[in-house]
Write a new protein. Structure first.
Length: 236
């Protein structure tokens, strides 16, 4: 009678991914394309926390794993909400539809500006009226949140951009402006004090109400003359 062979030692246990040190898990997740982050964030609370952390952005930058995504929203019918999409990077580029806008009345023709991994929807028209509302899409987790409302409702032609970490919104209603400070969560008025005309060399130019923000600077558009647009930097 032969004795049945028994396995020697205790069964080997497979180490869980989440038993890894935080910096190791961060290093692994940083290599995964952002387009998969919404699905991965459903795995666990810890995974969701890492994917939405500032540390992940820093790690991706140090590893040269940053990605550029194109986001767009399309409105197919007059009385329907716009649909948001992200264009995936790489050779097999596809449009991936994002979760629906969670708030009532998606604004029509809002001012849109991006900063880091966030997209800001500012003002626009709701039921043909200017809006004070501001929404932010966090592209890391593809979720929306609301900012405090602006002091002044602004329509479709406002200019916006970040200067020294603050959000400047100009126009959309005459030439008024305001500034949002993310640290205090408050809006403050911003006075442009634009001259009606300026002298450049020996020529005088009429100043329009049109302005734009680029490279953390404010520019004022002067007269359009002989197919040339003259602009002047406005000191903040």
């Amino acid at each position: 009678m032969t004795e049945e062979m028994k396995p020697s030692g205790s069964p080997r246990t497979l180490s869980s991914f989440w038993s890894l040190p935080n910096d190791v898990a961060l290093n692994i997740l940083a290599r995964i394309s952002r387009i998969h982050h919404p699905s991965l964030s459903l795995v666990s609370k810890r995974c969701k926390s890492i994917l939405s952390s500032r540390e992940l952005d820093v790690t991706r930058t140090l590893m040269d794993k940053t990605e550029k995504h194109i986001y767009l929203y399309l409105k197919f019918r007059r009385h329907t909400k716009p649909c948001w999409f992200a264009l995936t990077p790489g050779p097999d580029q596809k449009l991936k539809q994002l979760p629906s806008f969670p708030y009532e009345h998606h604004p029509d023709s809002p001012t849109v500006v991006s900063s880091g991994s966030e997209i800001y929807l500012i003002g626009g028209l709701v039921n043909h009226r200017r809006s004070r509302r501001v929404f932010v899409l966090d592209c890391r987790c593809q979720k929306w949140r609301k900012l405090p409302e602006m002091r002044v409702p602004r329509g479709s032609y406002a200019s916006a951009g970040f200067i020294d970490g603050k959000l400047y919104v100009l126009g959309g209603r005459e030439s008024s402006g305001e500034v949002y400070d993310p640290k205090s969560g408050t809006w403050e008025p911003y006075m442009m004090n634009i001259q009606k005309d300026v002298m450049l060399g020996n020529f005088g130019y009429f100043v329009t109400n049109t302005c734009f923000i680029a490279e953390e600077k404010i520019f004022i558009c002067l007269t359009l003359y002989i197919n040339k647009l003259y602009i002047q930097e406005h000191k903040v």
